[in-house]
Design a binder for this molecule. Structure first.
Ligand code: PMP
Length: 356
C-alpha cells in the first residue's frame, strides 16, 4: 500500500518510527525486555487510586502541572521554575529536541545509545553525527569537544548500562556552553551519581529523568526535566504550542503520592540493585560477559551461543529479553532486572539452553 505514491503522498512527512519493546500479555511470562520495575508502585499510590476524586476527570488538568512540578522541585531542592513535566521522558526528550536542537550544525550522540534519538532527529530534520563508543562501550569525551548544534546521551548509557562520572559530564557541559547539553538520566537512580547539582552552575545543562523505572510507574507516563529557568521556560513555550494539557489528572495525583513515599522508593531500588549484583555473578558463571552495569539491566554477550538464538529460545519459554539486530551489538542481549525468582527462572532456562 505504501509504495504506490498518489499526489497527496508526496507531501507526507515520512518517518521510520522507533520500535518499542514488545508488551506481550501471557499468563506466566517473565518480562525482562523493557526495563520496567518488577516491584509494585508505592502503597500510597494504590491508596490514592482507590479514593481518586472522579469528579476532577470532568475538568481539564492544570496546564502547568503545578502540584507535580512543586512536589518534584521540593524533593530535589529546586524552584518550580526549574522543573518541566511531560508524558514520560520520551515526551520530555522529544520536546527538548524540538526546542533546543535548532542549529544547522549537527547534534552529537553515541552510535550505540537510546534508539529514539535518531528517530526524533530525523522527524524534526535535525542534522546529527554519531560518535562511536570505544571498545569497552564507553563514551569518548574528546568526541564531544568538536563544534556541534547540541549534545545528548543517557547516563548511564542505554542499552550498555555504562556510566560516566559527574566530572566527565561537567567537562563536556563546560566545553559546550554555546549549545544545550541534555543528559538523559532514565536509569540514574540505580546506583549512579546524578549530574543534577551542575544545573546551578551551567545554564546550558538539561537533566531528564522518569518515573517509569525506579518509581515503578511506566504505566502512568511521567517524565521530567530539570534545568535553568530559561531552559524550562523555552520548553514550556514549545509545549504550549502543541498541547497545553499533556498530563492527565490521575498521573498528576498519583505522581505526587509516589514522591511522598521516599522510604519505599529507596527500598525498591536497593532490592533491584542487590538482584543486579547477584545476576552479574550468575551470568558470568554461565559464560556471559558484559560491561559493569549501573542500571536496571545488563547488556551481555555469550562466549559461544549467538544472542539471537538465545533470544528466540528464551521467547519460546515465555521469557522475554531485548535483542537489537544492529551493527556492533547484534550479539548482545539486554536483560532487565526482575525479582530474584524471575531471574532464577531465567538462569535455569539459560543453563538448559546452553547445555544443548
Ligand atoms: N531514555 C532512555 C535511555 C530509555 O531507555 C527510556 C525507556 N525506553 C526512556 C528515556 C523513556 O522512558 P519513559 O518515556 O518511560 O520515561
Amino acid at each position: 500500500m505504501r509504495s504506490a505514491k498518489n499526489g497527496w503522498e508526496e507531501n507526507v512527512r515520512k518517518v521510520t518510527p522507533y520500535t518499542p519493546g514488545e508488551q506481550p500479555d501471557r499468563p506466566h511470562m517473565i518480562k525482562l525486555n523493557t526495563n520496567e520495575n518488577p516491584y509494585p508502585p508505592a502503597p500510597a499510590v494504590k491508596e490514592a487510586m482507590k479514593s481518586f476524586p472522579m469528579d476532577i476527570l470532568r475538568l481539564y488538568p492544570d496546564p502547568a502541572v503545578g502540584r507535580l512540578t512543586c512536589a518534584l522541585a521540593d524533593y530535589y531542592g529546586l524552584k518550580p521554575e526549574n522543573v518541566f513535566v511531560g508524558v514520560g521522558s520520551d515526551d520530555v526528550l522529544a520536546t527538548a529536541f524540538l526546542t533546543f536542537f535548532n542549529s544547522k550544525k549537527p547534534i552529537l550522540f553515541p552510535d550505540i545509545t537510546y534508539s529514539f534519538y535518531d528517530v526524533w532527529a530525523n522527524l524534526y530534520q535535525i542534522p546529527y553525527k554519531l560518535q562511536p563508543l570505544d571498545e569497552d562501550f564507553a563514551i569518548v569525551k574528546e568526541d564531544y569537544l568538536q563544534e556541534n548544534g547540541g549534545i545528548i546521551f543517557p547516563n548511564p548509557n542505554a542499552p550498555t548500562g555504562v556510566i560516566q562520572k559527574i566530572e566527565f559530564i561537567e567537562d563536556i557541559v563546560k566545553a559546550n556552553r554555546n549549545v544545550v547539553v541534555i543528559i538523559d538520566e532514565a536509569y540514574i537512580d540505580f546506583g549512579g551519581e546524578s549530574c543534577l547539582p551542575l544545573i546551578e552552575k551551567y545554564e546550558n545543562l538539561l537533566v531528564v529523568q522518569t518515573f517509569s523505572k525506579s518509581r515503578s510507574l511506566a504505566g502512568l507516563r511521567i517524565g521530567f526535566a530539570m534545568g535553568h529557568e530559561k531552559l524550562i521556560s523555552y520548553l514550556n513555550d514549545v509545549k504550549y504550542s502543541i498541547n497545553s494539557y499533556t498530563m492527565n489528572q490521575p498521573s498528576i495525583v498519583l505522581g505526587v503520592e509516589s514522591i511522598k513515599e521516599d522510604a519505599y522508593f529507596k527500598e525498591t531500588i536497593e532490592k533491584v540493585i542487590a538482584t543486579r549484583e547477584r545476576s552479574k555473578k550468575k551470568l558470568k558463571e554461565l559464560g556471559f560477559s558484559f560491561q559493569d552495569s549501573y542500571s536496571n539491566f545488563i547488556f551481555a554477550t555469550h562466549e559461544s551461543c549467538p544472542a539471537k538464538e538465545l533470544f528466540e529460545a528464551l521467547k519460546k519459554q515465555d521469557i522475554y529479553v531485548r535483542y537489537f539486530n544492529k551493527e556492533r551489538i547484534s550479539d548482545y542481549l539486554r536483560i532487565s532486572i526482575g525479582t530474584d525468582e524471575e531471574m532464577d527462572r531465567l538462569f535455569e532456562a539459560l543453563s538448559c539452553i546452553l547445555k544443548h
